[in-house]
Design a protein around this ligand. Sequence first.
Ligand SMILES: Nc1ncnc2c1ncn2[C@@H]1O[C@H](COP(=O)(O)OP(=O)(O)OP(=O)(O)O)[C@@H](O)[C@H]1O
Length: 241
Amino acid sequence: MIELRELTKRYGGRVAVNGLTVRVQPGVVTGFLGPNGSGKSTTMRMILGLDAPDRGEALIGGVPYANLTWPLRSVGALLDAGAFHPGRSGYAHLAALAASNDIRRSRVDQVLRLVGLSDAAKRRTGTYSLGMRQRLGVAVALLGDPGVLLLDEPVNGLDPEGIRWIRSLLRALAAEGRTVFVSSHLIAEMALTADRLVVIGRGELLAETTVAELAGRHDTLEDAFFRLTSQSTDYRGTEVS
Ligand SMILES: Nc1ncnc2c1ncn2[C@@H]1O[C@H](COP(=O)(O)OP(=O)(O)OP(=O)(O)O)[C@@H](O)[C@H]1O
């Protein structure tokens, strides 16, 4: 389980995340939704100890990330699919991470198979397509067989086959009893992937609900989402008449 208690982060005078209190349960996919700039990435970075909160705390299985003995074995994260050394092979990248986290070498082959990269494992990641880098990022997240998974916009830039693959993988991981927390600004995608939704706007909690409940409030899920977030978007274009 992931627990956020009054989580708050400011950048200069700007509040990026404001008093966020949320419990993300195991066994289901929880979508983390909000318009651009609403604080999703900042929240995920604080859960992973990459940003320090100004107030409140983020707990994974009851402890802050910094207190986890083997972080990769407790929580897997996909934050930035481009963040690999381009000269290293996918296999070498995973093997180095496995060694530094006391994870058996055979797990590297397992996760490569799971994400469909076995044939490309010995190629340098600099030659990977965006979809392949995304798959390698998922392999990293799964390497330690963690009970908690955090994915920031995992479908960004993926083709329909890749999107479908991520969707079914996340659902399967949740069905195994893991906590799966996945951010998106696309309500339509989340409707197909998530069971529960945490919706934020300007860093504040707007709703903690299920896809079914939110859809029941309006004609379409998109309408429901726009109603919920209409006061919270920073940038809005004018409609073409
Ligand atoms: N390192 C930083 N320094 C200053 N401001 C920041 C920093 N990181 C985020 N912000 C600001 O905090 C707010 C929340 O940003 P964040 O990236 O968490 O939102 P997001 O919901 O992930 O957005 P998107 O969907 O566009 O990725 C924004 O106003 C952003 O400009």
